[in-house]
Design a protein around this ligand. Structure first.
Ligand SMILES: NC(=O)c1ccc[n+]([C@@H]2O[C@H](COP(=O)([O-])OP(=O)(O)OC[C@H]3O[C@@H](n4cnc5c(N)ncnc54)[C@H](OP(=O)(O)O)[C@@H]3O)[C@@H](O)[C@H]2O)c1
Length: 466
């Protein structure tokens, strides 16, 4: 059933100045017309006894259901019924009766209870040009609800109508989630059991070979809680990912997508080594590999676009694979020209698995080399978001992100930070809401993502060698 909350509101968020006030006292003719149109379209209107008292009569051609604790005292009026059922029981009964659309006509107690029970699908708000200063708020006591804007309409010279859709998440309610300790255990294992090595970066690190984490996305969005990654960190991670999906190869292109952290890696000195202009990650970097893979025929191949099409057409295939690795641009030894990439891709090897029977989609992501305290936590955000995005773009529900790291390491300069992280108890993963109106993988931007229920420990800056 589609349940629409329809209300008129002052600019300071009040639906009335007094409880006994009729909305007709202050709302515009156009708002009343909209209410009549919307309720006639739905056929059924639910309202509280106090709101009904401000109307005092039935509504022509509509079934009015008035909520009251004592239905026996309600006046007999044609088209008006009284109920003492809870919102959930009322909706259950009306669904069995075949009701498909319903308008919630207020007031505050009714709006609040339906919102709190997660029973509202759409919100229509007319904003009228008043500041009441005090009065009745939209709803009492309900937990935060995320909305996405569908439409704005100017009703007349003074009033606007806002149409929102309530965002839903496929993730379990927070209270039902278990605390995921996989990341915590991985840090601990590397620190306690890892092998000390001296990589090319010059700084020693401790590593294990072959680590794997399974993130059931219904259990929350895998954004670690040992340190705060929200705000500009999360936006930067998503921005980098979207830039690469679009084939970005330069620092400027990455910046345009909201990612500013590549500067240190593409200085003039570093780019000179590979014969690349300053700011250029090179033709062997993530963006060109994903979106313009070089082919023997000459025409570049867009893996992202083709894999999305393949999933839509032939979901059962086990070949939904995307690779960031262009061998001829990445391998280096004497006797061949310098490689064509400043940083050889570490992550972004993807195998997408579709389960048409359950309408679910999972992603197995492989990372050849992972800086576990710094880079990997952002990469997990990116590939969890990727799983959600590609699922939505192809019509599936996201299921699992399996995250495999080949060389999983912690640098020596990070040991103390990691010891501090290990003293912090992991907490429940947050909820990630994604705008349901975006259905093309390439149209996603950071503003389409909203994190809720995130209660991390405080932020910690951890060094990473360049
Ligand atoms: N601007 C707008 O769009 C708009 C729209 C609607 C209303 N309003 C305003 O909102 C105000 C009224 O809001 P309100 O919150 O005070 O009152 P209300 O929601 O209209 O009515 C509350 C009454 O509904 C009954 N009720 C609510 N939940 C119930 C439940 N679960 N089970 C049984 N009965 C239930 C109870 O009636 P009993 O006491 O009989 O048990 C309760 O006292 C008015 O000022 C009105 O003008 C504004």
């Amino acid at each position: 059933m589609n349940i629409s909350l329809v209300a008129a509101m002052s600019v300071d968020g009040k639906i009335a100045e007094r409880v006994d006030q009729s909305s007709l006292d202050w709302t515009s003719v156009e708002d009343t017309q909209f209410f009549v149109e919307k309720t006639k379209e739905a056929g059924v209107v639910v309202m509280g006894r106090k709101t009904f008292a401000t109307i005092g009569k039935g509504l022509k051609d509509r079934r009015v259901i008035v909520m009251t604790k004592d239905p026996s005292v309600g006046a007999m009026i044609e088209g008006v019924e009284y109920t003492s059922e809870s919102p959930a029981d009322l909706i259950k009964r009306l669904t069995l009766e075949g009701v498909e659309n319903l308008v919630l006509g207020g007031g505050a107690s009714v709006y609040g209870q339906f919102l709190d029970a997660g029973l509202v699908n759409e919100v229509f708000l007319t904003i009228e040009p008043f500041l009441f200063g005090n009065g009745v708020s939209l709803g009492e006591k309900f937990a935060r609800v995320n909305l996405e804007l569908v439409e704005t309409r100017k009703l007349n010279a003074r009033s606007i109508l806002l149409h929102y859709r309530v965002q839903r998440s496929f993730m379990k309610p927070v209270a039902e989630r278990t605390i995921d300790t996989q990341y915590h255990q991985l840090l601990k294992k590397i620190l306690e059991e890892g092998v000390d090595v001296k990589p090319i970066q010059g700084e020693g690190s401790r590593m294990i070979l072959g680590a794997q984490m399974h993130f059931d996305l219904a259990n929350g969005f895998p954004m670690i809680t040992e340190r705060d990654l929200s705000g500009k960190f999360m936006v930067g991670a998503l921005g980098e990912h979207f830039a690469f999906l679009h084939g970005a190869r330069t620092q400027d292109e990455l910046k345009a997508f909201g990612c500013a952290w590549w500067k240190k890696w593409v200085t003039k000195e570093r780019c000179d080594i590979f014969g690349l202009p300053e700011g250029d990650l090179g033709p062997g970097s993530y963006g060109p590999a994903w979106a313009a893979f070089p082919t023997a025929e000459g025409e570049p191949f867009n893996q992202i676009e083709h894999v999305v099409k393949q999933i839509k057409e032939r979901p059962n295939l086990r070949t939904h694979i995307i690779s960031p690795w262009i061998p001829q641009y990445t391998i280096q030894h004497s006797g061949i020209p310098p490689r064509k990439v400043v940083v050889a891709p570490c992550h972004g090897y993807l195998h997408i698995l579709v389960f048409p029977e359950t309408k679910q989609l999972s992603v197995h992501h492989f990372q050849r080399s992972g800086d576990i305290p710094v880079g990997v936590v952002f990469n997990i955000i990116q590939y969890a978001a990727f799983t959600m995005m590609i699922a939505q773009a192809t019509g599936y529900t996201p299921k699992e992100l399996v995250y495999t790291i080949s060389d999983a390491h912690i640098y020596e300069s990070q040991f103390d930070h990691v010891k501090q992280l290990l003293e912090r108890e992991p907490r429940t993963f947050p909820t990630m809401y994604m705008d349901s109106t975006v259905t093309d993988l390439l149209d996603f931007r950071p503003e389409h993502f909203t994190v809720a229920d995130y209660t991390p420990h405080e932020a910690m800056v951890i060094p990473t060698p360049v």
